[in-house]
Ligand binder design. Structure first.
Ligand SMILES: *Cc1c(COP(=O)(O)O)cnc(C)c1O
Length: 401
């Protein structure tokens, strides 16, 4: 007779197969069982044909990888514990001592911290290019350039670059391109495909995405992805991913799977509310400039239009304002503090609207020519009723005046 305590571990009951429900199950593991030594020796996880160890994937993570690859128009996907880890994985996998990497001057600041704080110590150099000037990008490419980062729209200042031209330059110069696709999220434009209505391929090599933002949509999960269409490149990234052991937790994967079905609807709702508030912000005298790619006055508006399919287009739920420099810092801080529905906090893509005042001088090589002077404040628009958000901004403006 087997002792009942052993049965608590090795119970003979097997639930029947064939369970199907709206959400795929959560399969969690470090250990994965093999039916035989032969299976242990022969199983292959790299092509997702079997399971070998939790870090290399379970049915849950395979499912999310496939969905994110499809969302972005890619074929291969790796999951990592944060969007920042996705940027780090691309760098660690593709750059070696003596190489150079180029980043737009409006790159996500922590990506600049990777190149300045980590890669520099490994003998990998970097340069920042003007995101609004493809010629400047081209001029900085040398025989040592092995990777060019692209970002659309740019971090915080939301300039929309001439992505098609920049990718074309990199392809001609045979340099790999990696796009931080968090803003577009696979919904505003396709990083791998043809540009709508034209024969111009965008065709980046790698798309990195902070799933923390719209795919999670809850403000409660950190995750990142790295998508490609090139099996050789994917394998290279996958081996680095494996060697460093940067896997994800399956409860987090399940949260993202749970949120994906509503992602397109949420993105559209964030977009609509954001544009309405950005247009309103343009009528406020305290804001000398409003930055959102759908506004004709915003830098790179026509590039956004070309890439996202014309007048209607699609955009993420972010806009920034530049507050007139006649207001001292204490007043702009008071404006942010006076907001009630908007919370002070980093990240975006969740249901709650957020605000962050930035010290742009410390984030750019020089003050961008296309920006007026003043204090930059970025809003991320949640899913609250837009008239309530506008009323909140209106009452907080009283604290600024
Ligand atoms: C948030 C963000 C990241 C990093 O994502 P985390 O999951 O917070 O590490 C990277 N790039 C962009 C553009 C982001 O907005």
């Amino acid at each position: 007779m087997t002792d009942p305590i052993t049965h608590l571990i090795h119970h003979p009951y097997r639930a029947p197969d064939g369970f199907e429900a709206p959400q795929p199950g959560i399969f969690k593991a470090s250990t994965v069982f093999f039916p035989s030594v032969a299976a242990m020796r022969s199983r292959e996880w790299k092509n997702k044909s079997a399971y070998t160890y939790g870090l290399h994937g379970t049915p849950t993570s395979y499912a999310l990888e496939e969905r994110i690859a499809t969302l972005e128009g890619g074929t291969e996907c790796l999951l990592v514990p944060s969007g920042l880890a996705a940027l780090g994985l691309v760098a660690m996998s593709l750059l070696k001592s003596g190489d150079e990497v180029l980043l737009p001057d409006n790159a996500y600041s922590p990506n600049k911290a990777i190149v300045e704080g980590e890669l520099a110590g490994w003998g990998i150099t970097h340069q920042y290019y003007d995101p609004m000037d493809p010629e400047d990008l081209e001029a900085q490419i040398s025989s040592r350039t092995k990777l060019v980062w692209l970002e659309a729209a740019g971090s915080v200042t939301l300039e929309f670059p001439h992505l098609v031209e920049m990718v074309r330059i990199c392809q001609r110069r045979r340099v790999l391109t990696a796009l931080d696709n968090t803003w577009g999220a696979g919904l505003a434009f396709c990083p791998f495909d043809l540009v709508p209505g034209s024969a111009t391929p965008l065709g980046v090599d790698i798309s990195a995405h902070a799933l923390t933002k719209y795919p999670s949509g809850g403000g409660d999960v950190l995750m990142g992805s790295v998508v490609t269409r090139n099996p050789g490149l994917h394998l290279k990234l996958m081996l680095t991913h494996m060697r460093f052991g940067i896997g994800v937790g399956m409860n987090d994967v399940e949260s993202v799977l749970r949120s994906l079905p509503s992602m397109a609807l949420r993105y559209r709702a964030h977009d609509e509310a954001t544009r309405s508030l950005a247009v309103w912000a343009q009528t406020q005298a305290e804001f000398v400039q409003v930055l959102h790619p759908a506004l004709p006055e915003s830098p790179g508006h026509h590039h956004w239009m070309a890439l996202t399919g014309g007048e209607v287009g699609t955009a993420a739920g972010l806009f920034s304002v530049i507050i007139d420099s006649r207001f001292p810092q204490a007043r702009t801080d008071a404006f942010c503090d006076a907001l009630n529905l908007f919370k002070l906090g980093y990240s975006w893509g969740g249901p709650i609207s957020l605000v962050v005042p930035y010290e742009l001088e410390s984030m750019r090589s020089a003050w961008p020519q296309h920006l007026l002077r003043g204090t930059l404040v970025r809003f991320s628009i949640g899913l609250e009723a837009v008239q309530d958000l506008q009323a909140d901004l209106e009452q907080a403006l009283l604290a600024l005046r």
